[in-house]
Design a binder for this molecule. Structure first.
Ligand SMILES: [Zn+2]
Ligand SMILES: [Zn+2]
Length: 214
């Protein structure tokens, strides 16, 4: 299994949206059918100068910066028109009682993000998710996606082997009291279908992540 080793993506190629073994046709840019490729649909948008409709692109052309990906990040979106704040896309968020304390700082952090870091992230393959592939931010930089985690990964990466405590500590979104036990623990439910996306900060090495419920 091949890995992708980029600043913001250090995980198996299979964790990216690129397909390992499906040939869709010729890549729009290089006109070859080399692996890995991705067939674009409304869930993945690319940034390109081309006005033509583009269906198939390859990883190689992304790394050669022949096109870029629109990315979802904490606080907003990286688009062909630059940064779009989350509350510009979803105006109602500004009326939320937590807007000033929760979202606004993330938006400001994003607006102040170094331009080279933004360029670099748009040339990073999005990771494969059920819902939004959101890149987390830490230490004024995007965090590195390091893969999806299961129980053994929580044990291995935790400071003291306490997987559940570690999970609660680094999880960004909602979870119930026995959520970890049911969804990720060694005795998890046979119906468990949650996925945990793990990130690490390049600066301070802190881990963070979020859960996607299929
Ligand atoms: Zn190509
Ligand atoms: Zn950090």
């Amino acid at each position: 299994m091949k890995d992708i080793k980029l600043k913001y993506f250090k995980a198996s190629r299979e964790e990216s949206i690129f397909d390992e073994d499906e040939k869709y046709g010729l890549c729009f840019f290089c006109k070859t059918d080399e692996f890995p490729q991705v067939e674009l649909d409304e869930s993945v948008e690319i940034i390109t100068e081309s006005k033509e409709e583009i269906e198939i692109v390859c990883l190689d052309c992304l790394l050669k910066e022949k096109y870029a990906f629109k990315q979802i990040v904490e606080g907003g979106f990286l688009t062909k028109d630059g940064i779009v704040k989350e509350s510009d896309k979803y105006e109602y968020l500004k009326d939320d009682s937590n807007y000033l304390t929760d979202l606004l700082p993330l938006e400001n952090q994003l607006l102040n993000m170094d331009k080279l870091k933004i360029k670099n992230l748009t040339h990073t393959p999005p990771f494969r998710t059920w819902q939004d592939a959101t890149w987390l931010v830490h230490c004024k930089d995007f965090m590195t996606f390091i893969g999806t985690w299961e129980h053994e990964d929580f044990v291995k990466n935790s400071p003291d082997g306490n997987a559940k405590e570690f999970f609660d500590d680094i999880l960004d979104n909602w979870n119930g009291d026995d959520f970890y036990d049911k969804q990720f623990g060694p005795d998890k439910s046979e119906y468990a279908e949650s996925t945990f996306y793990a990130f690490q900060c390049q600066g301070c090495k802190k881990y963070r992540g979020f859960v996607d419920n299929a």
